[in-house]
Design a protein around this ligand. Sequence first.
Ligand SMILES: Cc1ncc(C[n+]2csc(CCOP(=O)(O)OP(=O)(O)O)c2C)c(N)n1
Length: 271
Amino acid sequence: MSPTPVELREVATVLRRDVLTMLLEAGSGHPGGSLSCVDILAVLYWHAMKVNPERPTWEDRDRLVLSKAHAAPALYAALARRGYFDVRELLTFRKLKSKLQGFPDMQKTPGIDASVGSPGQGLSIANGLAIAARRDRKNFRIYCLMGDGEAQEGQTWEAAMTAAHHGIDNVCAVIDRNHMMGDGNTEEIASLAPLGDKWKTFNWHVISVDGHDVEALSAAFNEASSTKGKPTVVIAKTVKGKGVPFMENRPEWHDRKLTEDLYEEAMRALA
Ligand SMILES: Cc1ncc(C[n+]2csc(CCOP(=O)(O)OP(=O)(O)O)c2C)c(N)n1
């Protein structure tokens, strides 16, 4: 049975706290873009995706490609809390020999469906998985979580064109539309607006939602699953650093190191 919205929100808070603990322990990593996509991951792993943590390589499982790979802490926290591996392993994030490296590695970590790192490549991987599913007569779905800064990479649009051309309807792209990238506001660096219209022109079904509203996200993923003949993109409006007031909408928190004092302050905000 699917969790209630209250339960999903509780999961998201637990994941946010895990992300901060991992980043403090590691002494490096990406807080802003991890916190902005936590609610999306909670709804995916606790509501939308057909997965079995006891069988991470189950052939019929839905897949997630974390194209915004620097948000690995959020994904690792979700996988641990969903039961793929021991939650205590989160403290080994970014350590030598850990299975939780800075960027997801499908050879090392149970539950990781694609090894990723360089921005802009994930949607092409999702397309490949979708075409393979079609050939194997499998009906699993592939979710591709992307940053909005990533849409400045040309490969994103090659992949968008390819998915529509092949009528791939088992791919659902999710854009974490926080309007920020590493160096500042996306619209000042290379404007993406009107982002939804761009995807529509590429012949995608477009759904726009509040990316921190778990009910709206659940409805969006349900709608995406029942959309046939074309791929769907969910444009999830989010806040970078969501949940920690001193990080929210502050580009410097893209990859800044946490101190003990700031960690305590952040954990109090998420109590
Ligand atoms: C090919 C390549 N381009 C750029 C970078 C540096 N980089 C990594 S993440 C990032 C920002 C991406 O912004 P966005 O996708 O919006 O991520 P979010 O704000 O959601 O964290 C940049 C510029 C890189 N590592 N590799």
